[in-house]
Design a protein around this ligand. Structure first.
Ligand code: SF4
Length: 445
């Protein structure tokens, strides 16, 4: 019998990308293999995202497109999983609209997917079932030792905490990913050690809010303690983490990163807004003053640290003065890169019920913010030209061309052969754009 194949389409954040690696691991474990593309797969999985209404609409459109495939081959198994399915009524609505779907799972029970696929295959016919996890006001068990099929080359993602307790007023995540659940330190350490032994050169610790790691256990072992122990693992590798929340960022974490060569001098610290009034309306639980205090401490300990951020403009109630507060902080911090967004209401969140501001105003503000950030990014990029940096070769976008990142997170493209992927190379920077650098390998190293 031919080996069955699967195709996973992932939408949304890095947590979803890693969830898809676990889904792939589970499907490989039951004997399936990755398909060449969606059309040739016998099992199609959409790992969904619901962070924005627009993202959801796009996914619904793509699910609709699957109807033709199902009409051509009734044996194709279609599974829709992830955050979108975790919302109240979503599974029922989906099955009504797209009755050809075979499996629906929320993100906390994606580990059941392989068993459901097997069940359908054993029955030799499609037996439609709808599975959805209970709404996420509870703490579902963390399932350990799931097989993972890693697709991220030299980099490996390691979840340390699931869920979020913060309830920022614009965000749906706490409703769909549930309360914070931290993994046990020993299982994380074991996983990181194993990955380094396997040859991974960069480990990124993942969580919606990594800084609150351990706070659900209340045993005094938190993110700083975890970093301290991970830092003791021998080897030449890089450590990063995402995403941080300023409200939980503490001095001990800064001290450990500064003192440990394996931790990259690169911190992503979402600002979201520079106005205290807007930060309060967002329920972010820090002020612009506290945010700047953290930045000053990072700069004092790590002057070369690349700091990146997320900024949202056009939140309900944002005035020009509030927006100028954001612009002011951007000028003060001088981020190496910023992910900028126009706020759009997310159904089911508190901010969606607030009075919205016109799109034309939001558009004008985001244009000004992007222009400011581009200038800063370009100035910072220019300061790299002529310098020599260690770059981890991560990918080969073209023949005889490699790309990788500096410790501070800057993307560098240079000439080199594929066999150097996974190596730490010494690169002289020769050219810069706002968000990218070009260079050459120094003395063949
Ligand atoms: S910290 Fe705020 S923005 Fe981040 S996932 Fe939690 S609620 Fe959403």
């Amino acid at each position: 019998m031919d080996i069955l194949t699967y195709h996973i389409e992932t939408f949304g954040c890095q947590m979803n990308v890693h969830d898809s690696e676990e889904i792939a691991g589970a499907l490989n474990a039951i004997g399936l293999q990755p398909a060449k593309d969606l059309k040739s797969a016998q099992v199609i999985v959409f790992n969904t995202c619901c962070i924005r209404d627009t993202a959801e609409k796009k996914i619904l459109g793509k699910i609709g497109d699957l109807k033709h495939l199902k009409q051509q081959s009734k044996d194709v198994i279609i599974a829709i999983v992830g955050c979108m399915m975790q919302q109240e009524g979503a599974a029922e609505n989906l099955i009504k609209k797209f009755p050809f779907i075979d499996i629906i799972l929320g993100n906390v029970n994606i580990d059941e997917l392989a068993a459901k696929v097997e069940e359908i295959l054993e029955n030799k016919r499609i037996k439609r079932k709808s599975y959805i996890s209970v709404l996420m006001h509870e703490k579902p068990e963390i399932v350990e030792n799931r097989p993972v099929y890693r697709t991220s080359g030299t980099n490996a993602w390691v979840n340390i905490i699931y869920g979020c307790d913060n309830f920022c007023t614009y965000c749906i995540v706490p409703y769909v990913r549930g309360r914070e659940r931290s993994r046990q330190p020993q299982t994380i350490l074991q996983e990181v050690r194993g990955l380094i032994d396997e040859g991974y050169k960069e480990i990124t610790l993942l969580g919606q809010n990594v800084n609150s790691y351990g706070s659900d256990r209340k045993d005094g072992y938190g993110f700083a303690e975890l970093l301290e122990q991970i830092a003791k693992i021998d080897g030449k590798y890089r450590l990063r983490f995402m995403t941080s929340h300023p409200k939980d960022f503490n001095d001990k974490v800064i001290d450990i990163i500064a003192a440990t060569p394996n931790f990259c001098n690169n911190i992503h610290l979402p600002l979201q807004a520079g106005s205290n009034k807007i930060l309060a309306a967002m329920n972010r639980k820090y002020t612009r003053e506290r945010y700047m205090e953290i930045i000053d401490k990072i700069r004092a300990k790590m002057p070369d640290c690349g700091i990146t951020t997320d900024i949202m403009v056009g939140f309900p109630g944002e005035t020009e003065e509030d927006f100028q507060d954001t612009m002011d902080l951007v000028r003060k911090v001088r981020y190496s890169n910023a992910f900028t967004f126009v706020y759009s209401p997310r159904t089911g969140t508190a901010a969606a019920r607030m009075e919205q501001i016109p799109y034309s105003v939001k558009k004008d503000r985001i244009t000004r913010l992007i222009a400011l950030q581009n200038n800063i990014s370009k100035e910072l990029s220019d300061s790299y030209v002529g310098g020599v940096y260690e770059v981890l070769a991560e990918d080969a976008p073209r023949q005889n061309q490699l790309c990788g990142r500096t410790e501070s997170g800057r993307l560098v493209t240079f000439e080199g052969s594929k066999d150097k992927i996974g190596s730490f190379l010494t690169i002289k920077i020769t050219k810069a754009k706002a968000s990218a650098l070009w260079g050459e390998i120094e003395n063949g190293k």
